[in-house]
Design a protein around this ligand. Structure first.
Ligand code: GN1
Ligand code: MG
Length: 353
């Protein structure tokens, strides 16, 4: 039983605590109390999130903003305070914990139907729409340059130069591919910097497993994992959902031949996202396919960087896990590149006016 659970003001006393979810960064547990209530308890990864105060300020402010626009109790996250009236608890090993009420809902690793994926698009589209009037400059940048793709490529170049684990020799072909795409992958960042597309309040980790669906109606309930909410581009939010949910295999598949983009799911996501979110500019909508390709290349670079540096960032389940992930993302990016024009045709159908 995680002792940290006893430091939060729960209804009832903690009775059971079990591992929960599939996060690559934080450690997540489901706590059940003797009064029958359930909570999510999370240990925040300190290597990734250096300032829990600022992190929790962002998360609470965004949750409250969403709550002010939602009537349902299950449409936003409710954080629980500690017995000292703070939103996180620091244990004797200087580790940070936070806790929120468990929203009973479906959290999927892969869509079970087109409609599940459509609903996840509605959830993230609504999220974007609801935060359109949130003052972005009040948010802390919890991870600086999080989706700054050129910076991510620079980090990869550095990792190759350092070659700390003598692994570069294993991945020459993959590196050649990634670096051949470096210029293209910087396009969105350059457009942001030039002001051609707007900086918005974005989620920055829009995987399907960060959405809850109502188990009965399978309609979108709420968006989870607000740790990376920061000013950013809507294109990355859109793109990351497609990368994860419209792929025909898991993010870390070893069966590269199985990894493709499902165009039917892609179209479902475009439809759901644009039905729920009307604030994107025409330029942003035109660039949605580019968003998907860019974020896939970016994540491939991040997994590859972590592999070369010795697996310090992402949790891994076996020695070459990050390499396997990087290869799977490269395969997906290659398939998206092949389907680029078909993605564009789909998006063009939904451009208003
Ligand atoms: C991490 O922990 P999780 O699974 O929600 C990562 C994302 C990656 C994702 C890849 C803070 O998210 O950026 O896209 O893994 N989060 C952070 O699965 O780095
Ligand atoms: Mg997550």
């Amino acid at each position: 039983m995680e002792q940290a659970a006893f430091h939060f003001v729960l209804r009832g006393n903690p009775l059971m605590c079990t591992d929960f979810g599939h996060g690559n960064i934080n450690y997540t547990f489901l706590v059940t109390t003797d009064a029958g209530y359930q909570y999510i308890l999370q240990r925040i990864n300190k290597h990734v999130f250096k300032n829990p105060d600022k992190l929790m300020q962002n998360v609470i402010a965004v949750s409250e903003h969403i709550r002010s626009k939602e009537s349902g109790a299950h449409n936003s996250l409710h954080f629980v305070q500690t017995d000292e009236g703070t939103y996180y608890y620091t244990d004797e090993m200087n580790r940070f914990w936070r806790c929120y009420e468990f929203v009973g809902g479906l959290c999927l690793e892969a869509p079970e139907s087109d409609m599940d994926f459509y609903e996840s698009a509605v959830a993230f589209g609504r999220f974007q729409e609801q935060l359109a009037d949130f003052p972005a400059d009040t948010l802390h940048e919890t991870i600086p340059n999080f989706h700054n793709t050129p910076e991510r490529f620079k980090a990869l170049h550095n990792a190759v130069e350092e070659d700390a684990c003598d692994r570069v020799k294993n991945v020459q072909q993959e590196l050649n591919y990634l670096f051949s795409k470096e210029e293209e992958a910087g396009t969105i960042q350059r457009l942001l910097e030039a002001g051609s597309i707007p900086l918005r309040v974005t989620h920055n980790d829009t995987k399907l497993n960060n959405v809850l669906l109502d188990p009965k109606t399978r309609k979108a309930l709420c968006v989870l994992d607000l740790d990376t909410v920061m000013p950013g581009s809507s294109l990355f939010d859109f793109g990351d959902s497609v990368r994860f949910g419209a792929a025909t295999a898991e993010e870390d598949t070893q069966e590269l031949s199985q990894m493709e983009l499902d165009l039917n799911l892609f179209e479902m996501y475009v439809k759901g996202y644009l039905n729920a979110c009307h604030s994107l500019s025409k330029r942003e909508v035109e660039l949605l396919p580019e968003g998907a390709i860019t974020i896939t290349l970016e994540l491939a670079s991040r997994f590859m960087t972590d592999y070369l540096e010795g697996d310090h960032y992402f949790k891994t389940q076996y020695p070459d896990h990050n390499l396997v992930r990087a290869r799977a993302q490269i395969k997906l990016a290659q398939d998206m590149d092949k389907k680029r024009y078909r993605m564009q045709e789909i998006v063009n159908k939904y451009i208003e006016g």
